[in-house]
Design a protein around this ligand. Structure first.
Ligand code: S3P
Length: 170
């Protein structure tokens, strides 16, 4: 069984949908950021602080290569991972890449009290978020094999992804 890899903007529900999807599809769940944190022995914020964003992106790429070697996983990627072609290429021919498409306003609301995402810790947060969202949106779409509207409950979205993945097999 190949991997299902969820991509999309921060707060689109990759981890919560991913956990449900893993249970429903009989795959093991891996959260890419948690995996990076365990390997590095520090949080994503600490990695950004100590090694900068580039240092984080290198670790992220290493983890993409490692996970792409495995099978039977549901992977919740980090929000930036699939904006890099080298990471898309790691999974593209083997696994199913799913973009969870959630409107920016929903995401903004979900992340309004979040302190864990270094890219959003800035005074002009709303403006920066919109710019990043607009820039990344077409990139996620291009990277994905499947686009699913992800603003419903995580369980409902997981079922939607399952249905599409199953129908593609036939
Ligand atoms: C990032 C998203 C985060 C995390 C890091 C960078 C991004 O993951 O990888 O803070 O560039 O969008 P989530 O999408 O799980 O928040």
């Amino acid at each position: 069984m190949n991997n299902i890899v969820l991509c999309g903007f921060m707060g689109c529900g990759k981890s919560t949908v991913g956990k449900n999807l893993a249970r429903k599809s009989g795959r093991k769940f891996v959260d890419m950021d948690t995996y990076i944190e365990e390997k590095a022995g520090m949080t994503v914020s600490e990695i950004f602080e100590k090694h900068g964003e580039n240092g984080f992106r290198d670790m992220e790429h290493e983890v993409c290569l490692e996970l792409a070697e495995m099978n039977e996983l549901v992977i919740a990627s980090g929000g930036g991972a699939f904006t890099f072609e080298r990471n898309v290429n790691a999974f593209k021919n083997k696994d199913i890449i799913v973009f969870l498409d959630v409107p920016l306003e929903v995401i903004k609301n979900r992340l309004k009290n979040d302190k864990t995402r270094p890219l959003l810790q800035r005074p002009d947060r709303d403006k920066a978020m919109k710019e990043l969202f607009d820039k990344r949106y077409p990139i996620y779409k291009k990277a994905a094999d499947i686009v699913v509207a992800g603003q419903h409950t995580p369980l409902k979205t997981a079922y939607q992804v399952m249905d599409i993945v199953e129908s593609r097999k036939k």
